[in-house]
Design a protein around this ligand. Structure first.
Ligand code: SF4
Length: 353
């Protein structure tokens, strides 16, 4: 079970039993215009065999969080504070050589665009075999056999012949499968999938999602699944964390959050999803406004400039006081529990039908 802890007050100590434990994570980029605060006080836990879906618009901090977990940020321009503990090992303070051992071996990432992740100069088989050889010390021949085996596992037909192909000889769906094979070749305990199916058509997307679920069953990996698509989250995740402007604004078990969402931003995301059963020509209902600049994020609740429900809270509280995210299932919002329930039932839910 993915467990969640208070983001305000004293958080539980990092690594207290969880396989992946992130505590009070702050990530900022130094730019010519000032400090861009991309992640602000994020905390979550993830257990083996579970999938955490992270959802939010571009710039919400979901990809930055996960690149930071793997130490893939540029330390020249990035400030990282907080704690990231993976299987008992603290990663923020780890040396690059230690992080290299973690990447690929214990944790791996599947990127959105395989063409940028795969080198055009080497065969697909070699690109899968090399990390295996590096992390396990296997011979070239054994590593090649492992690459062929992995290509077979991810459903590439005739894997022995196709292992000798270059990435441009694969279709988009096959390249994505090859990247999954590359990520899983060392049986990582943590797999981070960053929008892995966004560039694919829906049929191939469904195949890749099924493949990831099957491989998780086989390898028992913990998965962090990043997407802006709540439909994909519903299909893939056990738990969900909704992010806005670098902060978690709602979280809980996926069926609870999608059945009874509590945060106005989550309502907006659900409301803006296209529906198959809506009348042709029905306009989508986008969230008003645009995501804020993280150079100068809004005061108080970061969502307040776009929130149509802040008048229900009254006064200037939303603009002046950051709402805390409660422990466990909950949303960072000043609306009372009764207000959240009645607004959702009376105003939001009828529009989602
Ligand atoms: Fe809207 Fe206020 Fe809740 Fe923020 S705290 S989501 S502005 S109602």
């Amino acid at each position: 079970m993915t467990t969640v802890t208070k983001e305000s007050g004293a958080p539980a100590p990092a690594g207290a039993g969880a396989f992946l434990s992130v505590r009070d994570l702050h990530v900022a980029f130094r730019t010519e215009d000032g400090l861009v605060r991309a992640v602000n006080g994020l905390s979550f836990d993830l257990e083996r065999g579970r999938t955490l879906g992270i959802v939010g618009e571009s710039g919400s901090g979901k990809s930055v969080t996960n690149l930071t977990i793997l130490g893939l940020h540029n330390p020249m321009f990035t400030t990282v504070d907080g704690e990231i503990v993976l299987d008992g090992q603290e990663l923020i303070t780890a040396r690059e050589s230690e992080l290299e051992r973690v990447r690929g071996n214990k944790a791996a990432m599947i990127f959105q665009d395989p063409l940028t992740a795969l080198s055009p100069y080497y065969t697909v088989g070699r690109q899968i075999a090399e990390p295996y050889r590096k992390h396990t010390g296997a011979s070239r021949k054994a590593a090649w056999e492992r690459a062929v085996e992995m290509l077979g596992k991810v459903g590439i037909p005739h894997p022995r012949e196709r292992a000798g192909d270059y990435p441009h000889q694969f279709s988009g769906g096959m390249r994505q499968r090859a990247m999954i094979a590359m990520a899983l070749v060392c049986d990582p305990d943590l797999l981070i999938a960053d929008e892995p199916t966004t560039a694919l058509d829906v049929t191939v997307q469904a195949q890749i999602l099924d493949l990831l679920k099957d491989l998780q069953q086989e390898f028992g990996s913990a998965i962090v699944f990043i997407t802006h698509d709540l439909g994909v989250i519903a299909d893939m995740a056990d738990d969900i964390m909704v992010m806005y402007a670098g902060e978690a604004v709602e979280r809980g078990a996926v069926h609870e959050v999608l059945r009874t969402p509590q945060h106005p931003y989550t309502w907006g995301l659900l409301n803006s999803m296209p529906r198959l059963d809506s009348d042709l020509g029905t306009p989508l209902a986008p969230i008003p406004g645009t995501p804020p600049s993280l150079l100068r994020p809004p005061s108080g609740c970061r969502f307040h400039p776009r929130c149509t429900f802040r008048s229900e809270v009254g006064g200037t509280r939303c603009a002046g006081e950051p709402p805390p995210l409660p422990g466990g299932r909950g949303a960072a919002c000043h609306l009372t529990a009764e207000q959240k329930r009645s607004i959702f039932v009376e105003q939001i839910k009828p529009r989602l039908r």
